[in-house]
Design a protein around this ligand. Sequence first.
Ligand code: ZN
Length: 300
Amino acid sequence: MKKRFWSLLLLAAALALLAGCRGGESSGVSDSAGGAGVSSQGASAAQPTAAPTPSPTPEAETDPYAAAAGYREENAERYADYAAQNPGLAAQQVVSYVNIGLDRPFYTEVETIADPDNLLVLCNKYHQLPDGYEPADLVQISSQYSNGGKTLYLRAEAAAAFERLCAGAAAEGYTILGQSGYRSYAYQDQIYNNYVARDGQAAADTYSARPGFSEHQTGLAMDICNGALSYTDFGQTAEYAWAKEHLAEYGFVLHYLPGTEQITGYMTEEWHIRYVGTETAAEIARLGITLDEYCASYLN
Ligand SMILES: [Zn+2]
């Protein structure tokens, strides 16, 4: 008999606990539904009788993008519009793409980069380097790691990492050499305008950056080759397969991967690597996204 009494008591206690939990839950919901008003638990506990009446659910509750990384309330309308125009995108893609600015044409609403010396600088078709920017810490790459002994520069940290990358590849029987590193505004201007004269601006824009918009001007990007084939054929080499597996260990990412043309605004460039540091490179590899998406939604 005593045993039965105790189990009844336990059951009653469990039911009471359950009721308590449900109460908490529903008050949580009405708290957030109540919006800007009293939302902290402390405040509602102090006034148990003044529980806010459930009102029609505000946007935050129904916004399918609110849980995505990098969600910005001020972009809520743009997310909805972009998703309507691009059905089939995941919520995270909608948020990241709009944050990048992809709901607007390339080279519109361009911002000048405030902190171009930051190792995680994003230089793309919406973010331009300041006039006359030149990194202060450019160093020359050891000529044994440049194709044909070309004079190539990268910023100090990226240069050291690049030499480690080349040495690491060599230790495993692969040849990775630099083809093009830092490029000044004036040089990029010359390259770009030559392409425009040859192929027209629309075509040139798919493979060449306008001056001030090239990642090469940051001193953190390098085009690589294996010394046997043209750098543009790097994607067909055994070195490319090796690089895909190992770049992150040296702090580099491939910026313009196949399938990301609509995100970066550039055609695939298997030869173009960008230094971001080992931690960020590992994180970008883990997420399987572009540097643009990473900067737009995972930074800050
Ligand atoms: Zn490049």
